[in-house]
Ligand binder design. Structure first.
Ligand SMILES: CC(C)(COP(=O)(O)OP(=O)(O)OC[C@H]1O[C@@H](n2cnc3c(N)ncnc32)[C@H](O)[C@@H]1OP(=O)(O)O)[C@@H](O)C(=O)NCCC(=O)NCCS
Length: 151
Protein backbone atom coordinates (compact mmCIF):
# COMPACT_ATOMS: atom_id res chain seq x y z
CA UNK A 1 0.00 0.00 0.00
CA UNK A 2 1.05 3.59 -0.47
CA UNK A 3 -0.31 6.97 0.53
CA UNK A 4 -0.69 9.91 -1.79
CA UNK A 5 -1.62 13.45 -0.94
CA UNK A 6 -5.16 14.32 -1.96
CA UNK A 7 -4.04 17.53 -3.64
CA UNK A 8 -5.61 19.67 -4.93
CA UNK A 9 -7.92 18.53 -2.15
CA UNK A 10 -11.02 16.90 -3.57
CA UNK A 11 -13.82 15.86 -1.22
CA UNK A 12 -15.50 13.94 -4.05
CA UNK A 13 -12.76 11.31 -3.75
CA UNK A 14 -13.81 10.72 -0.14
CA UNK A 15 -17.45 10.45 -1.15
CA UNK A 16 -16.50 7.87 -3.77
CA UNK A 17 -14.54 5.87 -1.20
CA UNK A 18 -16.83 6.03 1.83
CA UNK A 19 -20.19 4.74 0.75
CA UNK A 20 -21.66 4.02 4.21
CA UNK A 21 -23.17 6.96 6.10
CA UNK A 22 -22.33 5.34 9.46
CA UNK A 23 -18.67 5.29 8.46
CA UNK A 24 -18.87 8.98 7.54
CA UNK A 25 -20.16 9.64 11.07
CA UNK A 26 -17.41 7.53 12.62
CA UNK A 27 -14.80 9.47 10.67
CA UNK A 28 -16.39 12.80 11.52
CA UNK A 29 -19.13 12.88 14.19
CA UNK A 30 -20.26 16.25 12.81
CA UNK A 31 -20.70 14.86 9.29
CA UNK A 32 -24.00 15.83 7.76
CA UNK A 33 -26.09 13.11 6.14
CA UNK A 34 -26.44 12.97 3.21
CA UNK A 35 -22.82 13.76 2.39
CA UNK A 36 -22.30 17.49 2.29
CA UNK A 37 -19.54 18.16 -0.18
CA UNK A 38 -18.86 21.71 1.08
CA UNK A 39 -18.48 20.49 4.66
CA UNK A 40 -15.91 17.87 3.64
CA UNK A 41 -14.15 20.19 1.26
CA UNK A 42 -13.50 22.54 4.21
CA UNK A 43 -12.21 19.60 6.24
CA UNK A 44 -9.59 18.66 3.64
CA UNK A 45 -8.63 22.18 2.58
CA UNK A 46 -4.92 22.93 3.13
CA UNK A 47 -5.90 26.59 3.50
CA UNK A 48 -7.54 25.54 6.78
CA UNK A 49 -4.41 23.69 7.92
CA UNK A 50 -5.59 20.24 6.87
CA UNK A 51 -3.96 17.65 4.61
CA UNK A 52 -5.87 14.67 3.25
CA UNK A 53 -4.22 11.43 2.10
CA UNK A 54 -5.60 8.61 -0.01
CA UNK A 55 -4.32 5.09 0.60
CA UNK A 56 -3.87 2.96 -2.50
CA UNK A 57 -3.51 -0.79 -2.85
CA UNK A 58 -2.67 -2.02 -6.35
CA UNK A 59 -3.55 1.51 -7.51
CA UNK A 60 -7.10 1.24 -6.13
CA UNK A 61 -8.08 3.69 -3.39
CA UNK A 62 -8.85 1.65 -0.27
CA UNK A 63 -8.32 4.06 2.58
CA UNK A 64 -7.98 7.59 3.84
CA UNK A 65 -6.46 9.61 6.66
CA UNK A 66 -5.83 13.28 7.31
CA UNK A 67 -3.59 15.52 9.34
CA UNK A 68 -5.84 18.23 10.72
CA UNK A 69 -4.90 21.55 12.30
CA UNK A 70 -1.35 21.05 11.15
CA UNK A 71 1.09 23.23 13.10
CA UNK A 72 4.41 23.15 11.32
CA UNK A 73 6.13 25.40 13.87
CA UNK A 74 5.24 23.06 16.73
CA UNK A 75 5.56 19.98 14.47
CA UNK A 76 2.11 18.80 15.59
CA UNK A 77 -1.15 17.71 14.03
CA UNK A 78 -4.35 15.87 14.81
CA UNK A 79 -4.81 12.58 13.02
CA UNK A 80 -8.36 12.25 11.70
CA UNK A 81 -10.71 10.98 9.01
CA UNK A 82 -9.17 7.50 9.26
CA UNK A 83 -10.89 4.94 7.09
CA UNK A 84 -10.23 1.55 5.51
CA UNK A 85 -12.58 -0.12 3.03
CA UNK A 86 -14.92 -2.73 4.54
CA UNK A 87 -13.45 -5.45 2.29
CA UNK A 88 -10.03 -4.90 3.90
CA UNK A 89 -11.17 -4.77 7.52
CA UNK A 90 -9.87 -7.37 9.94
CA UNK A 91 -7.02 -8.13 7.54
CA UNK A 92 -4.34 -5.98 9.22
CA UNK A 93 -4.58 -3.55 6.29
CA UNK A 94 -5.39 -0.87 8.86
CA UNK A 95 -2.02 -1.59 10.52
CA UNK A 96 -0.34 -0.88 7.20
CA UNK A 97 -2.37 2.30 6.95
CA UNK A 98 -1.05 3.38 10.35
CA UNK A 99 2.50 2.75 9.17
CA UNK A 100 1.80 5.08 6.26
CA UNK A 101 0.50 7.66 8.73
CA UNK A 102 3.85 7.46 10.54
CA UNK A 103 5.82 7.63 7.33
CA UNK A 104 4.01 10.71 6.05
CA UNK A 105 4.13 12.39 9.47
CA UNK A 106 7.86 11.82 9.78
CA UNK A 107 9.23 12.00 6.27
CA UNK A 108 6.94 14.43 4.52
CA UNK A 109 5.94 16.78 7.32
CA UNK A 110 8.59 16.36 10.02
CA UNK A 111 5.91 16.02 12.70
CA UNK A 112 6.93 15.14 16.25
CA UNK A 113 3.52 14.74 17.86
CA UNK A 114 0.16 13.41 16.74
CA UNK A 115 -3.06 13.72 18.70
CA UNK A 116 -6.41 12.14 17.99
CA UNK A 117 -9.90 11.73 19.40
CA UNK A 118 -11.77 8.47 19.13
CA UNK A 119 -15.24 7.53 20.29
CA UNK A 120 -15.05 5.25 23.30
CA UNK A 121 -17.46 2.83 21.59
CA UNK A 122 -15.25 2.52 18.48
CA UNK A 123 -13.19 -0.37 19.81
CA UNK A 124 -11.59 -1.36 16.50
CA UNK A 125 -10.26 2.17 16.05
CA UNK A 126 -9.20 2.50 19.70
CA UNK A 127 -7.24 -0.78 19.62
CA UNK A 128 -5.76 0.07 16.24
CA UNK A 129 -4.40 3.34 17.64
CA UNK A 130 -3.10 1.66 20.80
CA UNK A 131 -1.23 -0.89 18.72
CA UNK A 132 0.16 1.93 16.56
CA UNK A 133 1.76 3.48 19.64
CA UNK A 134 -0.82 6.05 20.75
CA UNK A 135 -1.50 6.38 24.46
CA UNK A 136 -4.64 7.57 26.12
CA UNK A 137 -4.32 10.78 28.15
CA UNK A 138 -7.95 11.81 28.75
CA UNK A 139 -11.38 10.27 28.38
CA UNK A 140 -15.04 10.70 29.20
CA UNK A 141 -18.12 8.61 28.42
CA UNK A 142 -17.97 9.51 24.74
CA UNK A 143 -14.45 10.43 23.70
CA UNK A 144 -10.96 9.13 24.32
CA UNK A 145 -8.08 11.49 23.59
CA UNK A 146 -4.79 9.93 22.57
CA UNK A 147 -1.32 11.15 21.71
CA UNK A 148 1.79 9.74 20.10
CA UNK A 149 5.31 11.09 20.00
CA UNK A 150 6.91 10.42 16.62
CA UNK A 151 10.43 9.17 17.06
C1 LIG B 1 -11.24 1.99 12.29
C2 LIG B 1 -10.80 1.06 11.18
C3 LIG B 1 -9.75 1.76 10.30
C4 LIG B 1 -10.13 -0.16 11.84
O1 LIG B 1 -9.77 -1.10 10.86
P1 LIG B 1 -10.21 -2.63 11.02
O2 LIG B 1 -9.61 -3.41 9.94
O3 LIG B 1 -11.69 -2.66 11.13
O4 LIG B 1 -9.55 -2.98 12.40
P2 LIG B 1 -9.23 -4.43 12.96
O5 LIG B 1 -10.37 -5.37 12.74
O6 LIG B 1 -7.86 -4.83 12.49
O7 LIG B 1 -9.19 -4.11 14.51
C5 LIG B 1 -8.18 -3.31 15.06
C6 LIG B 1 -7.86 -3.84 16.43
O8 LIG B 1 -9.03 -3.69 17.25
C7 LIG B 1 -9.41 -4.94 17.78
N1 LIG B 1 -10.86 -4.96 17.82
C8 LIG B 1 -11.72 -4.88 16.78
N2 LIG B 1 -12.99 -4.90 17.22
C9 LIG B 1 -12.92 -5.00 18.57
C10 LIG B 1 -13.90 -5.10 19.59
N3 LIG B 1 -15.20 -5.05 19.33
N4 LIG B 1 -13.46 -5.20 20.87
C11 LIG B 1 -12.14 -5.22 21.17
N5 LIG B 1 -11.17 -5.14 20.22
C12 LIG B 1 -11.57 -5.03 18.95
C13 LIG B 1 -8.84 -5.96 16.80
O9 LIG B 1 -8.64 -7.23 17.43
C14 LIG B 1 -7.54 -5.31 16.43
O10 LIG B 1 -6.60 -5.48 17.45
P3 LIG B 1 -5.19 -6.19 17.16
O11 LIG B 1 -4.52 -5.38 16.11
O12 LIG B 1 -4.50 -6.10 18.48
O13 LIG B 1 -5.52 -7.55 16.69
C15 LIG B 1 -11.99 0.59 10.30
O14 LIG B 1 -12.86 -0.22 11.08
C16 LIG B 1 -12.78 1.73 9.70
O15 LIG B 1 -12.39 2.31 8.70
N6 LIG B 1 -13.94 2.06 10.33
C17 LIG B 1 -14.84 3.12 9.85
C18 LIG B 1 -14.29 4.52 10.11
C19 LIG B 1 -13.74 4.71 11.50
O16 LIG B 1 -14.26 4.20 12.49
N7 LIG B 1 -12.65 5.49 11.59
C20 LIG B 1 -11.98 5.79 12.84
C21 LIG B 1 -12.49 7.04 13.42
S1 LIG B 1 -11.63 7.48 14.92
Amino acid sequence: MRAILNFPANADLIRALVTDDQDLKLMNPKAEIPFNRDQWQELVDPANGHLSFLVLKSEVTVGHFAFLRLNRELHEATLGLVYISPALRKTKASHELMQLVDKMARELLDLRLLRLNVRSTNLAAYHLYLRAGFTEYESNDEIVRMVKVIT
